[in-house]
Structures are given as structure tokens and as C-alpha cells.
Design a protein around this ligand. Structure first.
Ligand SMILES: Cc1cc2nc3c(=O)[nH]c(=O)nc-3n(C[C@H](O)[C@H](O)[C@H](O)COP(=O)(O)OP(=O)(O)OC[C@H]3O[C@@H](n4cnc5c(N)ncnc54)[C@H](O)[C@@H]3O)c2cc1C
Length: 406
């Protein structure tokens, strides 16, 4: 078994872990990032890049290569309910250099970041490296063991950042249990070709107690068919033909290509979860991103919040990590900084789930926009609120300049 040591270990090469590692390395901290998979190819993992993340990528000098990749752009998010159309969010008016959401397969974003990571001599990205044990000494986490190419290895550091996602292994190893709420829905994701003659609107279509999300990925539509929590088994039992019929009831113009959904393997079930840890840290260990708080997909905010956690962690921890003086109060400061934005957005998602989603899935009655949303849309002073909450998020972090010479 070989052993290494570094200033900070980051477990997980998703958006949270990758940005945390880059931003710390940019501040002169020696970082080792462990990613369990050999590549970033994952389907249906969240493909939205929000304005604050686009601004961060711009700060890192990555805006140009990012925009050169084939991508979609979402400026308005609309709800189609029968003959009514509501604009839920209009991002084009946001006070940002990038007043839109970019739609890009997450794999492409992570590939770009991994490539950029090579310019930081302080940062080592280990692919195919699965963390499997925490190393404890005198009640403190002092590193992890990981398996890479069939070999057990050890890496030691004063701090391990667990950014290993909603099913976090490190959270289990640390014995931490998140507080869970049960959103009333699950989502079946799939893709269908997109034709030039298709409508251009992106957003939600509600029809006859059914509810679909449509995102434009240039050559394809990424489609989420929302079902009641635990409803997938029933959907499966009714068969693919019934599923295609249900889809053509909600979005009739897709009927000409539904035959392409000819196998259940073309569909991916997302079991929707919303949770958060009551304490995000232990001595020598900090949780960020989905590992600290799994987000409901309402508003598609999970990536943005994981990235904002990464910025906050790097801002607060870079100096104490560089000087090897990181203490519990530094870790507590990261949680204090990020917990309230997470609580606020999870509270808003809860309201939307109980009202908008539950109302849309009620097959017994015609869809009506819930009263709080009607009020928001009627009052000019409140109309921009959903765009700001979805597009910018709550509690944005500032990115300091790189340490000179790094
Ligand atoms: C189907 C689906 C659709 C979604 N759609 C959206 C969307 O449209 N917009 C949005 O903002 N969010 C969306 N999300 C949520 C979004 O993907 C997450 O919120 C975001 O990726 C969280 O980032 P993260 O870095 O915290 O964790 P993850 O992205 O989950 O990354 C965790 C990483 O850790 C690695 N890992 C796990 N265990 C270990 C280990 N033991 N050792 C080493 N590495 C390990 C994993 O391989 C993974 O790469 C969606 C999620 C799903 C599942």
C-alpha cells in the first residue's frame, strides 16, 4: 500500500468537488482530487449551467472554450397549461454578463475543468480512484484510503472535503444521517430528436393531470416526465405503449417520434430526494454539494448550489489550509455561510412541489396556477423574483483573484 500526503483531499469529481479543488489550487493549496470513475460520462445528471457558474468560468478564463462547445441556451422558462402560457422565469433581464442558462452535457463541463486543472501544479486529479475508508487519529479524520487500478492507497491531509454526491459514501462512513423530506414526485428522463419545425419554448407542459419538462439540447429534446412518487412500477406495469400514449396526450407534437421509445432502457428514473445534513463537518472532514444537501430538481438548481458551496469553502479555507492551521471554526464558517441559502431554496422548492407539481398531477381537475404564483405574476415588483431565485440563486459567493504566481 503506497501513501501520499497533501494539504487537502477532495473526494468526488462532480461540479462541487472539481470547482473546490480548482479554486483551492488557484490559492496555492496542494490538493488531491479522487474521482471514482475513469471518465465523466454520465447520462441525465444535470446539464444546466447557471449565470453565476458562467461568471465563475469566465473568471477562470474558460468562457471562450466553454461557449465554443455545442450547447443550448435557456432564456425563458414557460408553463404551457392547455391554451394558457405563463412565463415562470425570464433570465434575459438578470443583472449578469451571462443572462441565460447554458445547457451542456455535464460530462463536457467536467472534461473542460479537468483539462484546465492540468495548469495548476498543486492539483492532482486521480481518476478511477474510489475512496473507501476514512483514516481516523485521535477523533479526527486525517485522510482516506482509496482503491485505484486494483491497488489500495492512502492519502493523508489535515482536511478531507467530501463532495461525493447524494449517495455519499463518506457520509455513511462518518455515521452522519441527513434530514430527508419526501417530494411528491419522481421523474422519468429520456431524449428525443429535435426538429427545426418544433416549437422553441422550453419549460413545463401541463395537460390532463400530466406534467412534462422540455429542455432544448440543440439536436435533441431532453424530456422529464413527472410522475407521482413511487409511480414508476405502475407505469412499467401498464407498458411502453401506454407510456407513449400518455406522452402524446401531454405534448401532441412529439407523437411523430415516440416510436423511438421502444425499450425501457431508453428511460432513466430519477427518484427525487431533498435532504440536508444538520452538521456539515467533523474534525478534519467537510461535506459540500449534494453530499451535504441533495436538492429536488425543481428549478434545476443543484449544480449551482454545489458550485457556490465550493467557492465559499475555497474562500474560507484556502488561507488556513496553506498555513496548516485549519480548525473546526473554519469548517463551521463554511456551513454558516451556505446553510441558509440551501434552507431558503429547499423551502421554496417545497412550496412549489406541494402546490404547482401536486396541482399539475391532479388528474381530477383542470390546472390552475396556484394563488401565490398568480400574485407574483400580477405584481410588477415581484415578477422578477422567480427569475432571480432560479437564475442567480440565493446568497452568491465572490471569487477572489488567483494567488500571484500560481
Ligand atoms: C437525473 C438527474 C438530473 C438532474 N438535473 C439537474 C439539472 O438540470 N440542473 C441542476 O442544477 N442539477 C440537476 N441535478 C442535480 C445535480 O446533478 C447535482 O445537484 C450536482 O451534480 C451535485 O454536484 P456534486 O458535485 O455535489 O455531486 P455529483 O455531481 O453527484 O458528483 C459526485 C462525484 O463523486 C464521485 N464519487 C462518489 N463516490 C465516490 C468515492 N467513494 N470516491 C471517489 N469519488 C466518488 C461520483 O462519481 C461523482 O462524480 C440532476 C440530478 C440527477 C440525478
Amino acid at each position: 500500500m503506497s501513501a501520499h500526503s497533501t494539504d487537502c483531499i477532495v473526494v468526488g469529481g462532480g461540479p462541487g468537488g472539481m470547482f473546490a479543488a480548482l479554486l483551492l489550487a488557484r490559492q496555492g493549496v496542494r490538493v488531491m482530487l479522487l474521482e471514482a470513475h475513469l471518465d465523466f460520462a454520465r447520462d441525465f445528471r444535470g446539464d444546466t449551467i447557471h449565470p453565476p457558474t458562467l461568471e465563475l468560468l469566465d473568471r477562470l478564463g474558460l468562457s471562450q472554450p466553454l461557449h465554443a462547445l455545442p450547447h443550448g441556451v435557456l432564456r425563458q422558462f414557460v408553463i404551457h397549461a392547455g391554451s394558457q402560457v405563463f412565463t415562470l422565469a425570464d433570465l434575459s433581464r438578470l443583472p449578469s454578463r451571462f443572462p441565460y442558462m447554458m445547457l451542456l452535457p455535464q460530462e463536457k463541463l467536467l472534461d473542460l475543468l479537468a483539462c484546465h486543472a492540468q495548469r495548476y501544479p498543486h492539483l492532482r486529479v486521480q481518476m478511477g480512484a474510489q475512496a473507501n475508508q476514512l483514516l481516523w487519529e485521535q477523533g479526527r479524520v486525517v485522510g482516506v484510503t482509496y482503491r485505484q487500478a486494483e491497488r489500495e492507497q492512502v492519502v493523508r491531509a489535515p482536511l478531507t472535503i467530501a463532495a461525493d454526491g447524494r449517495f455519499s459514501k463518506l457520509r455513511k462512513l462518518a455515521g452522519l444521517e441527513p434530514i430527508r423530506t419526501a417530494p411528491p414526485m419522481d421523474i422519468v428522463w429520456f431524449r428525443l430528436p429535435r426538429y427545426q419545425t418544433d416549437p422553441t419554448d422550453q419549460g413545463v407542459v401541463v395537460n390532463q393531470g400530466r406534467f412534462c419538462v422540455l429542455l432544448n439540447r440543440e439536436q435533441q429534446w431532453q424530456i422529464g416526465f413527472v410522475i407521482a412518487k413511487g409511480g414508476y412500477r405502475q407505469l412499467h406495469a401498464l407498458g411502453l405503449r401506454a407510456f407513449r400514449t400518455a406522452l402524446s396526450d401531454v405534448v401532441p407534437w412529439l407523437s411523430d417520434r415516440l416510436h423511438l421509445l421502444d425499450d425501457w432502457s431508453t428511460l432513466t428514473l430519477l427518484s427525487v430526494e431533498s435532504s440536508r445534513l444538520s452538521k456539515w463537518y467533523l474534525p478534519g472532514l467537510l461535506f459540500i454539494g449534494d453530499a451535504a444537501h441533495a436538492m429536488s430538481p425543481v428549478g434545476g438548481v443543484g449544480i449551482n448550489y454545489a458550485v457556490q458551496d465550493a467557492i465559499a469553502a475555497a474562500n474560507i479555507l484556502a488561507e488556513p489550509l496553506r498555513t496548516r492551521s485549519v480548525q473546526m471554526h473554519h469548517l463551521a464558517a463554511v456551513q454558516r455561510r451556505r446553510e441558509w441559502p440551501v434552507r431558503v431554496i429547499q423551502f421554496i422548492q417545497g412550496i412549489l412541489q406541494r402546490n404547482l407539481v401536486a396541482e399539475a398531477l391532479d388528474r381530477g381537475k383542470a390546472f390552475h396556477l396556484p394563488l401565490p404564483l398568480q400574485i407574483i405574476f400580477r405584481l410588477p415588483i415581484l415578477r422578477e423574483l422567480p427569475s432571480r431565485i432560479i437564475g442567480l440563486g440565493v446568497g452568491r459567493e465572490r471569487v477572489p483573484p488567483a494567488l500571484p504566481g500560481v
